[in-house]
Structure formats: C-alpha cells, structure tokens
Design a protein around this ligand. Structure first.
Ligand code: KIV
Ligand code: ZN
Length: 408
C-alpha cells in the first residue's frame, strides 16, 4: 500500500482519480456499472493511489458501482477506494456501506465554505458550517480511518474562515484536507498562495495531507495544481482526459507528464536533488494512452485532436520544417517520447495475420464489448482493411467498430 502516514512522510504526489465520480458528472458521459468496473481496473493498472468510485447516496447505480469496485479492485496492495458524501449522516452511512468490502477505504465528505454558497445554496451561517464540518468528519471516522474533508468552493472562500474550518476538520480526524477550486476561478499564483496560506495558518496542518481539486473553466486547472504542489499539496485530484463538470477537471495525463518531463524543475520542491530521476508519482506512464482511449470510448467523450499528451496530433508533425527537424534529431521538436505514454506500442497493434481472438481482446482493451454478430462483422471488415493497410492503429480499429456497429 502506497499511502504513508504521518503525512510528513509523503515525499511524492498521490494521484487521486475522480473520473468515475466528478468525471462522470460531464454532461452526456454516463457509464453503467460494468463499464465503471472496467475503468476502475484499468486505473489500478495505471497506478493511481486513490480511486473515487462514485457518490453512493446519489443513486442505486452509483451505490452498486462503488460496492463492486470496493469488492473487486480494492485489494491489499491498493488502491484506496473512496466514496463521496455530503456532510450528512445519510450520505456518510451510504458511503460507508458501499465501501465496506474494500481493503483500504476512504470517505470523502464535503460542505461549502464560500459566502456565495452559504447564502444561496446552503442557506446556512458560517457558525453552522463550522459546527457541521467537524461533526460529520467525526461521524465518518466512526466507519473508516481514512477521512477526506473538502470545503467546497474554497477558491472563493474567505481564507480566515477556511483556516478555522480546516483546523476543526483535522482536529475531528480528517487525514486529508482537499482544497477545491470548484468553479475554476483562481489563477496559478493565487492558488499557490492559498495553499501556502493554509500551511502557514492552520496550526494542526501537519496532521493531514493537503490535496487539491480544480475545474478548468479558465483552462488553468493543471497550472494551478502544479503551483499548489510547489507550495506543499501532496495529493492531486484529477480525471482521465480532464473530463468533468462544465469545462472539466484537471487532466491526470497532463499533470503526470508535466511532473515527469519537468522533474528536474519540481524535484527541489519535494526536497530531492535536482537531478534525481525518481518519479514524482506512482503512475505507470505507459498505461496513459490506453487508459485515455478506454475512457473516451466508454464515455463517448471525444478527445480534441490537439489535446495535450493524448490528442491525435500530440505527437504529429505536419509542417515541413518540423518534420525535417525531427528526422535530424527528435529533440528539436519533441519534449517527450511517444513510447513514454504507451503510444508507439499501442499504435501499431494488429495486422493482416492477426486472429479473431487478438482482435476481440484489443477491442475489449479499448472499451468495446461487441455481440458475436457485431464482432464477426467487424472482424471481416478488419481483414479487409488489413489487406490494404500494413499497420492497423487503434484509431483504425475504433473507426471499424463504429462503422460496423452503426450499420447494424
Ligand atoms: O468541485 C468540487 O468542489 C467537488 C467537491 C465535491 C470536492 O467536486
Ligand atoms: Zn469537482
């Protein structure tokens, strides 16, 4: 198991994946329980530290998904399985019940702290929130050891009030305090300063891990997180392909690759020698591309071609000058090797000699579960394409399946 307590012992970044909870809140991205299970297994293979598997009180489907992921993915070697709960007893009970089978379980409870949310959404005073937050953390603690607390809309909350709520939540037993920029409003310098302010002003902050959660309304979520990490955040909450509410969440693949490619820049903020090669996360970067395709195919959320790291053009060179440069030396226009994200390995997957089993198994990895009839049709079409095209890429496979299954 990778999470060490006390939190001061954390000298790397914990990756908390919320694709199945906040990611699934993307308009149009609903997943059934089996699909969630497939994604959770792949997230475990990717090496995420914590999977936020859902919001058990929200619906019977979410409850079942969290329960099945807790049973089948939460083993003694991790990852931690987490369930979201508002700061109410009913939500916390549902989360505890769904998480019960997991080896390592976490309840993530939240309540808003910004005046806008207090006045218009919760209709509660600051004093009430300051009372409820620790009470509900303590209640969650009666079910699990590992409790995360989030002051929702922290990015727009009065810092002095935020410090008070966080101190009370930690005193009540929160092991992680998560700082959400719920509406993607802050800028990197502000978000970094907010984390520094929390470190400097919350007296018991050393008893908890500082986490960050952020949305991409201004396209700043990843930049904000990197600034937060430099200022002491040790858990980043993110989603595959950056899917999530509105403009989405911070993208896991971008964060992980930024920390990897620029590790010499980040190392000193983690007390490491500048030239340390040790990874700052636990992620197996070679699983990134495959995970991205799987999530895109199962959610139906397309990836823009110029999306950093996993977009179709991320490693493509179109202009003559760039092509010439790359042929002379890759480093002229490439800052990372496509193989690092598992792209080159996955791009050329099958050829005309590949059999039906290999074809079906690759489709399953990409998130396609076809009926026998559709599989047969797709396989015939694949053979046809493979005869004409030496290298069949994942994109070819996806196009074949979409054509064939839409035609039926
Ligand atoms: O964006 C947000 O504030 C959230 C919380 C529940 C952490 O998703
Ligand atoms: Zn969120």
């Amino acid at each position: 198991m990778s999470i060490k307590y006390p939190p001061q012992a954390i000298d790397r970044i914990l990756i908390f994946d919320t694709t199945l909870r906040d990611g699934e809140q993307s308009p149009g991205a609903s997943l059934n329980v089996d699909e969630k299970l497939v994604i959770a297994k792949q997230l475990a293979k990717l090496g995420v530290d914590i999977i936020e598997a859902g919001f058990p009180f929200a619906s019977p489907g979410d409850f079942e998904a969290v329960q099945r992921i807790a049973e089948q993915v939460g083993t003694e070697t991790g990852p931690v399985i987490c369930g979201l709960a508002r700061a109410t007893q009913a939500d916390i009970q549902a989360a505890a019940q769904a998480l019960a089978p997991a080896h390592y379980k976490r309840i993530h409870t939240f309540i808003a702290t910004s005046d806008i949310h207090l006045e218009f959404k919760l209709k509660k005073s600051r004093a009430e929130v300051l009372k409820i937050a620790p009470e509900m953390v303590a209640y969650a603690k009666t079910f699990v050891e590992d409790v995360e607390f989030s002051p929702e809309d922290a990015g727009r909350s009065d810092p002095e009030f935020l410090y008070q709520v966080l101190e009370a939540a930690i005193a009540a037993g929160a092991t992680t305090i998560n700082i959400p920029d719920t509406v993607g409003y802050t800028t990197p310098a502000e978000f970094g300063a907010l984390i520094k302010g929390i470190k400097d002003n919350v007296p018991n902050i050393d008893q908890a891990i500082i986490s960050v959660h952020g949305h991409n309304d201004l396209g700043l979520a990843v930049a904000n997180f990197l600034e937060a990490a430099k200022n002491g955040a040790r858990q980043l909450e993110c989603t595959i392909n950056g899917i999530g509410e509105r403009a989405g969440n911070a993208a896991l693949e971008e964060l992980v690759m930024a920390l990897h490619v620029r590790r010499q820049y980040f190392n000193p903020f983690f007390g490491r020698p500048v030239d340390s090669e040790a990874s700052l996360t636990n992620i197996d970067t070679r699983q990134l591309y495959k995970t991205s395709r799987l999530v895109s195919n199962l959610t139906g959320m397309l990836i823009q071609p110029n999306k950093a790291i996993v977009g179709a053009n991320a490693f493509a060179h179109e202009s003559g000058i760039h092509q010439d440069g790359v042929l002379k030396h890759k480093l002229t226009y490439e800052i990372m090797d496509a193989q690092l994200i598992g792209l080159a390995e996955n791009q050329i997957v099958l050829g005309k000699l590949s059999g039906r089993n290999a074809f079906a198994s690759r489709l399953r990895e990409l998130g396609f579960e076809l009926s026998e009839t559709d599989l047969n049709k797709a396989f015939l079409r694949f053979k046809d394409v493979a005869d004409k095209k030496r290298e069949i890429t994942d994109w070819d496979l996806e196009a074949i399946v979409k054509d064939e299954t839409q035609a039926s």
